[in-house]
Design a protein around this ligand. Structure first.
Ligand code: GUN
Length: 299
């Protein structure tokens, strides 16, 4: 293997220590404990594990964590009423509704029910619009975490060609937008590939950095890379594996072994992007609490 491993766990740990210090300072100086509410509708196994991990990480930094679980057959008005109650609750500074929602519940309506000031996922149209024009906002957690990973790995993406694979609202679209902005850890030339791209390898072979967020194992293989490229793997896929206690193993969208032969650096799955996604959620929640009490960000 040639590639350096970009260690998301290590960066997440260091960043969470910094966040915990910020939480302690806010409690000490203002008597305010940042509060995050996480809403899960249904029992999708991957969502259950994400939500559990988010709530645990939240408590570990000293924040208030409120977990709301609703049955898979909950109706949209019930979910909207729950979100509205959290939006009106002064102990809650950030609200996250885990996606996807069960069929029959409009994600748009639910996201629209969250105030931009409590939208720590950065999914509301107001925050998305602010992100696009470069105003102060809450950045979506996965792209925000990837920017941090790129920054600490010492890579300068300015003027480089970044190919993003996948056009989701959660990762692909905001990632492409953030990397193309002017400024630090940005200023890249960005190509956004998606299911309508006839042959993504035509683009990935020209990339200095590939961010793969397609939700499909094996989307990126070593032969699709330029030697020395950097691979950021956002995929978290459960692959059946009878040798594992849970009966499955996790793998990314990139074929790790073949990509690591050609790339100069790669994020592993697990232990790469995932821990940073949760960390940036905590970061945004602390920031939301600071803004609500009118404390300037000291960072
Ligand atoms: N589902 C997958 N990723 C995310 C995320 O970052 N936030 C929310 N709310 N749902 C998700």
């Amino acid at each position: 293997m040639n590639a350096k491993i970009i260690d998301g766990r290590k960066l997440a740990e260091a960043t969470r220590t910094e966040i915990a210090e910020g939480v302690a300072a806010l409690k000490r100086d203002c008597g305010v404990t940042p509060g995050l509410a996480v809403v899960l509708v249904g029992d999708n196994p991957a969502s259950v594990s994400y939500v559990t991990a988010k709530a645990k990480a939240c408590r570990e930094t000293g924040m208030l964590s409120r977990e709301i679980r609703m049955p898979a057959d909950a109706r949209e008005p019930e979910v909207l009423a729950q979100v509205k109650a959290l939006d009106d609750d002064p102990a809650i500074h950030g609200i996250l509704v885990q996606l996807p929602l069960p069929a029959g519940i409009s994600e748009k309506n639910v996201i629209d029910a969250i105030s931009p000031e409590k939208d720590v996922d950065g999914f509301t149209p107001v925050n998305v619009g602010r992100m696009v024009i470069g105003d102060r906002c809450f950045l979506p957690c996965t792209p925000h975490g990837i920017l941090k990973l790129i920054e600490v790995s010492g890579m300068d993406v300015s003027g480089r060609h970044v190919v993003v694979v996948g056009r989701s609202n959660i990762v692909g679209k905001p990632m492409a937008m953030l990397l193309a902005r002017k400024g630090r850890c940005a200023n890249a030339t960005v190509t956004l590939c998606h299911t309508g791209t006839p042959d993504i390898s035509v683009h990935t072979r020209m990339a200095d950095v590939v961010v793969v967020a397609a939700g499909r194992p094996g989307t990126l293989t070593g032969d699709m890379l330029k030697p020395g490229a950097v691979v950021i793997d956002v995929g978290v896929n459960r692959v059946p594996d009878a040798s594992k206690p849970k009966g499955y193993r996790l793998c990314g969208d990139a074929d790790f072994n073949s990509c690591a032969e050609v790339a100069s650096a790669i994020t592993p799955v697990p232990g790469g992007v995932g821990p940073m996604t949760i960390t940036m959620l905590l970061w945004n929640t602390l920031e939301a609490a600071r803004r609500i009490v009118g404390v300037q960000d000291a960072r």
